[in-house]
Design a protein. Structure first.
Length: 262
């Protein structure tokens, strides 16, 4: 059970004889939010699960309705629950997402005056090694085939001039093929931020045309390197491609600070 007494005990346990220790005592609502957050993150509560009624939760935690609703607001701000009011309302669980993490990170970067070039430079550092990681895998030929199939399906179903979708879609799959969850999260966050930052700006047709031609050629050469297990060559090619794309996009954007607010 989470109570105010529990918070006081935590404060006293860190005190040291002869020296006063100042520490902020968590509010009861924060402790309730922490308890529910652990259940969500550990998978004890899954996507779409309805939390117990307010009355039941108030009894479980021995808290008032305002305290419970404050705990709900904390979890809502973290994107971990959705609260609907009314007769058929209540709180339902949402799993942690890269979009929520990217949203807050994007706000921090925009406040710091970060440019799109800065974001793309980070993408080069983070994403380029993915090509070498896939090329070193025992079943690299199978993974290279998946990349080829993606290219063929994309070209058959999409406007060939849709460079943004081509760029992000292929890169996303390449990173997913590493099966590295941390790398997938970081690249997803950077992709979300760069997408949001780019929506307000357009790329000149001639610039986009050059990007598409370079991308198509690079993709096929990269797949060949991966299939042959040429890890260093694959990473070097992918790194140069990402860097060149970033330079061209930066020229098109004019060095503007990112804007994720729309």
């Amino acid at each position: 059970m989470v109570t105010a007494r529990h918070a006081y005990t935590q404060r006293m346990s860190v005190s040291k004889p002869g020296r006063e220790v100042h520490i902020r005592v968590p509010k009861t609502a924060e402790l309730v939010a922490r308890h529910l957050r652990k259940q969500i993150v550990r998978g004890e509560l899954v996507e779409g699960d309805a939390l117990p009624s307010e009355t039941a939760l108030m009894e479980t935690f021995s808290i008032s309705r305002p305290t419970l609703r404050e705990a709900f607001r904390i979890l809502e701000s973290e994107g971990l629950i959705v609260v609907r009011r009314g007769a058929h309302g209540g709180a339902r669980v949402q799993v942690p997402s890269s979009e929520v993490a990217a949203g807050y990170t994007g706000l921090v970067l925009q406040h710091r005056g970060t440019t799109l070039a800065d974001v793309f430079a980070a993408r080069v550092i983070v994403e380029a090694p993915a090509a070498a990681m896939v090329a070193r895998m025992p079943d690299r030929a199978k993974r290279a085939k998946r990349l080829t199939e993606w290219l063929e399906e994309f070209e058959a179903a999409h406007d060939p001039s849709d460079y943004t979708a081509h760029f992000h879609g292929f890169n996303r799959l390449l990173v997913e093929l590493t099966e590295n969850e941390t790398l997938m999260l970081l690249t997803s966050m950077l992709e979300t931020i760069s997408d949001a930052a780019s929506t307000a700006h357009t790329i000149e047709p001639e610039v986009e045309s050059r990007l598409i031609k370079r991308a198509s050629k690079t993709r096929h050469t990269l797949i060949e390197h991966i299939a042959k297990g040429e890890a260093d060559e694959a990473e070097d090619l992918f790194r140069r491609h990402l860097a060149e794309a970033g330079v061209m996009l930066q020229a098109a954007q004019g060095g503007r600070v990112i804007d994720v607010l729309g």
